[in-house]
Design a protein around this ligand. Structure first.
Ligand code: NAD
Length: 299
């Protein structure tokens, strides 16, 4: 049985690692959170007590971490994991991080005779559980092809966006657009509700009309419209406001570096900042931006 080391067993990493187990891999998992590790063991992963222990005998290392600092501190530097990996090990980082950080990781891996790609994902926690994620890969074609069997166990689509870091650029373009249409959807739904419409009826109308979009159709932010979305569950779980703010920050940094004009992305970041200025909101799913538009009861 082939060994894979998996790092980061949070909202996304937990179901992704479980799908690798289901596909027949021996997955040795590590996360500093004991609760996350215990949940992974319940789903068939093997518990590692340290990052170094996790990679013993692994032919591939997959990470799904909160951001660039976590990725760099795991892999890089004198004590970083890259130095502990056997030659030709494949490193697949699925976290959403700055393209520049991804390039740094991939270059450092190459210098040590390892193969690495950036492979951030789209689809959210439901797609992670269903094994239908989309992977946007950056790196050499040979390394992307080598990653294919592992990624296919966790996802339905794989795109090779270009060289190292290109997957991350694709990802932040996508998430900037996601933030914009989520906010637009919440704003339109509230306008309808404030004018006496049922959000379920309004959603059906807009889904069949030119306002249709992913936020409206698959991830409706208005409570009571859809089941099995964070809005049906007090906005718990899913993709946090804090992570969306991270991605919008990455998009704005990228836009500044390329002198690209992104006024709607900047406004979306501003609105998420306002929403996330309350610490409690930062942990909620990003569709909770609906609350920014909702009137207080009796208002
Ligand atoms: P999360 O906060 O739920 O999980 C992150 C996990 O990483 C935590 O369990 C944490 O303890 C662990 N971790 C931190 N440092 C670690 C280390 N050095 N070694 C091992 N584990 C470590 O986050 P998430 O929602 O699962 O998101 C993970 C990544 O996926 C982020 O980069 C995010 O932007 C991206 N993403 C998330 C979604 C989503 O819907 N949640 C969708 C697409 C992409």
């Amino acid at each position: 049985m082939e060994n894979i080391a998996f790092f980061g067993l949070g909202n996304m990493g937990a179901p992704m690692s479980a799908n690798l187990v289901r596909a027949g891999y021996r997955v040795t998992a590590f996360d500093p959170s004991d609760a996350a590790l215990r949940r992974a063991v319940d789903k068939g992963c093997v518990r590692a007590e340290s990052a170094l222990q996790a990679v013993q005998g692994a032919s591939a290392v997959i990470s799904m971490l909160p951001g660039g600092d976590a990725v760099k501190s795991l892999y890089l530097g004198q004590d970083g994991l890259l130095r502990a990996l056997a030659g030709n090990t494949l490193v697949i980082d699925c976290s959403t991080i700055a393209a520049e950080d991804a390039r740094q990781l991939i270059t450092a891996a190459g210098e040590l005779g390892l193969r690495a790609i950036d492979a951030p994902v789209s689809g959210g926690t439901a797609a992670a559980a269903a094994g239908t994620l989309s992977f946007m890969c950056g790196g050499d074609k040979e390394a992307v092809d080598a990653a294919r069997p592992y990624l296919q166990a966790m996802g339905a689509k794989l795109f090779h966006a270009g060289p190292a870091g290109a997957g991350q650029v694709a990802k932040i373009c996508n998430n900037m657009l996601l933030a914009i249409h989520m906010i637009g959807t919440a704003e339109a739904l509230q306008l309808g509700v404030d004018n006496g419409l049922d959000p379920v009826v309004l959603s059906e109308i807009m889904k069949a009309s030119s306002g249709g979009n992913w936020s409206l159709e698959k991830y409706n932010p208005y409570p009571g419209v859809m089941e099995k979305v964070p809005a049906a569950n007090g906005y718990a779980g899913g993709f946090s406001v804090a992570l969306m703010l991270k991605d919008l920050g990455l998009a704005m940094d990228t836009a500044a570096a390329s002198a690209s004009s992104t006024p709607l992305g900047a406004l979306a970041k501003n609105l998420y900042q306002l929403h996330g200025s309350c610490e409690e909101n930062r942990r909620l799913d990003f569709s909770s931006i609906q609350n920014l538009f909702r009137r207080p009861a009796g208002g």
